[in-house]
Design a protein around this ligand. Structure first.
Ligand code: F6R
Length: 352
C-alpha cells in the first residue's frame, strides 16, 4: 500500500480534486450569498417542496430534506426522475437543480413542473436549464461552472436553504450557516494531506477501507443523506462499490444478510455515523447492532458528529467522507475527478 504521508502520492490527483474539497467552507459561504441576493420564486400558499435533480445535483436536496425534516411544516420531496409525483401542482415549490444544466431527466422534470403550474426556482451553472428558465421566465440562481457536480454541494445546497428562510418557510439560517463554515474550516485544516495518518481521520479510514467493501450506516432523517453521500463519493472518487443503509430500518432486514456464523467477513468494513444527540432509542439500537456486527465484519469505525447546530453536525459527518473517498482514490492509484462510466453512458443515451 502506498504511504499517504508521502506527498508524492498527490500526483495521482491530476485535476485538482483536493482543492475543491478544501474549498467547501468557501463554497457554503458563496452559496449563502447567492441565496440572499437571488430573485425569489412566487411561493404563495406552498403546500410541498420538491427538489428535482440527479446525482451530485440531487444530494443538496437530500441534505435539505434531512436537515429540515424536524422543522419544515410542509413535506420536502427529492425527485430523481424524468417525471414528477402526482401531488405536484400550483401549490408546490419546485427547485430544479442541474449543475451542468443539461441532464435530460432534470430538463424533463422542469418542463413538467411548468406544465403543472408549479412555483419554480432553477439552480445551474448554465446549459439548457438556464435557457429554459430565462424563457419561462422563472428565477434562476447561476453558480460558477467547470467543476465536477459532486464538488459543488456548497453552491447548490446553501442557496436553497437561504431562499426557504427568506420565503418564511423556515427560520433564519444565519447562525447555523456561520457555525458550519467555521467548523468546516477547522476540519479542512485537520484533514489536509500534510497532517499525518495517525491524527488524520480520513487518511486512517481510507487505510482501513483499502481492499474492503465499505458498508456505511446512518440514521433516518438525519445522517441517512450522509451515508448516501459517503457511498456515492466512494463510488465516484475512489471508483469502488459500497453500500449504505439506515437505522432503525436496517435492523429489520439488512442484518439478516450478516447472519452467518460469527466468523469475520474479511471483506466488509462498517462505518457507523454517530451523533451525541441521536435519540436514546436509536443509540441503544446502534449499540446492540454494533455488538452483533463486531464478530462478523472485518472492522467497524465510528465517526461522530461535531458542532452544536443540526446543520454543522450534518456537515461534520459528511466532510470526512469526502476526504476518505479522496485518500482511498490515492491509495488505489486512481485520479479522483474523472467519472468515465457516467460520461460514457450519457453519451450512449444521447446518441441512442
Ligand atoms: C457528480 C456527477 C453526477 C452528476 C449527474 C447529474 O460529480 O458527475 O452525479 O451530478 O450526472 O448531472 P448534473 O449535476 O450536471 O445535472
Amino acid at each position: 500500500m502506498v504511504n499517504l504521508d508521502d506527498l508524492e502520492v498527490l500526483q495521482v490527483d491530476r485535476e485538482g480534486m483536493l482543492q475543491l474539497l478544501l474549498d467547501l467552507p468557501e463554497h457554503v459561504q458563496t452559496g449563502e450569498r447567492l441565496g440572499l441576493t437571488a430573485d425569489l420564486p412566487r411561493a404563495t400558499d406552498v403546500r410541498a417542496i420538491v427538489i428535482s435533480g440527479l446525482g451530485g445535483s440531487a444530494v443538496g436536496g437530500e441534505l435539505l430534506r434531512a436537515y429540515l425534516s424536524m422543522e419544515c411544516r410542509v413535506p420536502i420531496w427529492v425527485n430523481r426522475h424524468y417525471v414528477l409525483p402526482a401531488f405536484v401542482g400550483p401549490q408546490t415549490l419546485v427547485c430544479v437543480v442541474s449543475y451542468s444544466g443539461n441532464t435530460e431527466e432534470t430538463l424533463s422534470a422542469f418542463a413538467e413542473a411548468r406544465a403543472r403550474g408549479a412555483q419554480l426556482l432553477a439552480i445551474t451553472s448554465g446549459g439548457q436549464l438556464a435557457e429554459m428558465a430565462e424563457q419561462a421566465p422563472v428565477p434562476c440562481i447561476r453558480v460558477s461552472g467547470g467543476m465536477p457536480p459532486r464538488t459543488t454541494l456548497g453552491y447548490l445546497f446553501t442557496p436553497m436553504l437561504t431562499v426557504l428562510a427568506r420565503l418564511g418557510l423556515i427560520a433564519d439560517q444565519n447562525a447555523p450557516i456561520a457555525e458550519t463554515i467555521d467548523l468546516l474550516r477547522e476540519l479542512a485544516a485537520q484533514y489536509r494531506p500534510g497532517i499525518e495518518t495517525f491524527r488524520n481521520l480520513p487518511k486512517e479510514l481510507a487505510t482501513q477501507l483499502y481492499g474492503k467493501f465499505p458498508v456505511i450506516y446512518g440514521v433516518q432523517d438525519f445522517s441517512d443523506v450522509v451515508a448516501y453521500r459517503w457511498r456515492t463519493q466512494l463510488n465516484e472518487n475512489s471508483k469502488v462499490l459500497a453500500s449504505h443503509h439506515v437505522f432503525p430500518e436496517l435492523r429489520h432486514n439488512e442484518v439478516v444478510g450478516w447472519d452467518r456464523p460469527p466468523r469475520r467477513a474479511q471483506d466488509l468494513w462498517v462505518v457507523l455515523l454517530r451523533d451525541s444527540q441521536e435519540l436514546a432509542k436509536i443509540a441503544r439500537d446502534i449499540e446492540v447492532t454494533r455488538a452483533f456486527l463486531q464478530e462478523r465484519a472485518a472492522g467497524i469505525t465510528e465517526v461522530w458528529a461535531q458542532g452544536r447546530s443540526r446543520l454543522a453536525r450534518l456537515f461534520s459527518l459528511l466532510y470526512p467522507g469526502d476526504f476518505t473517498s479522496y485518500y482511498l482514490a490515492l491509495l488505489r492509484g486512481v485520479d479522483p475527478s474523472p467519472v468515465r462510466a457516467i460520461d460514457l453512458l450519457k453519451e450512449r443515451l444521447a446518441s441512442s
